[in-house]
Design a protein around this ligand. Structure first.
Ligand SMILES: N[C@@H](CCC(=O)N[C@@H](CS)C(=O)NCC(=O)O)C(=O)O
Length: 206
């Protein structure tokens, strides 16, 4: 199995960490949707990261769909609880983290891909408000500080998204207002599956 995409993408990193926690072997190819567009296009003409090339050659995209496939491969191991109420709570956290992820990416694209005179501030304000609402809700969903932490669907999505927002939009979402997310991130970044999938690939620990 091949995972295609850069680990500074929160979606790619979410998949890389999850595959490792699930114990699924894969090869990671650092191909960028921007810097190496043509190379990416040759693998997946839609040029979406993450892309997963399955062992039978099937090309999957979208982190959530890739993880659905991974869960099927990994059974009985799973990153989601079986219990319906616990699963709904976990899925709510994943949804909030993915919304924060999407809103962060939208701001980054607006700022970096559009010329300054074409940037639309009302749009950036709206997206920033959505971003803050997603993180505020996610903060309240996370387990109380001191409770034992584990890498699961919710904590992986939250920690990969938090790191991305902090790196790309510094000062936008304060650590002081989000102490649980901040400490989750610090704990998660020290776990083997995160160290093996570093945000900054020049610090790869494997
Ligand atoms: N919903 C998708 C979002 C993936 C996404 O937007 N990836 C970005 C990289 S962070 C991408 O492929 N950007 C290039 C583009 O959309 O043209 C997922 O969960 O995988």
């Amino acid at each position: 199995m091949q995972l295609i995409g850069m680990l500074d993408s929160p979606y790619v990193r979410r998949v890389a960490v999850s595959l490792r926690v699930l114990g699924l072997p894969f090869t990671h190819r650092c191909v960028s949707v921007f810097r190496t567009y043509e190379q990416f296009k040759a693998i997946n003409p839609v040029v979406k990261a993450p892309t997963l090339v399955c062992n039978d050659g099937t090309v999957l995209m979208d982190s959530t769909l890739i993880l659905d496939y991974a869960e099927a491969l990994a059974r009985p191991r799973s990153l989601l609880p079986e219990n319906v109420r616990e699963r709904a709570a976990a899925l709510r956290s994943v949804g909030l983290a993915l919304a924060a992820c999407e809103k962060s990416v939208q701001i980054v694209y607006e700022r970096n891909l559009r010329p300054p005179e074409k940037q639309h501030e009302p749009w950036v304000s709206r997206v920033t408000e959505q971003l803050l609402a997603a993180y505020r809700a996610l903060e309240t969903e996370l387990a109380v500080p001191g409770a034992s932490l584990e890498l699961n669907a919710a904590t992986i999505a939250a920690a990969t998204t938090w790191r991305f927002t902090q790196e790309k939009l510094p000062g936008t979402v304060g650590a002081h207002q989000h102490p649980r997310l901040h400490s989750l991130s610090q704990w998660a970044e020290a776990q083997p599956a995160f160290l093996a999938s570093p945000y900054d690939e020049t610090t790869l620990h494997v």
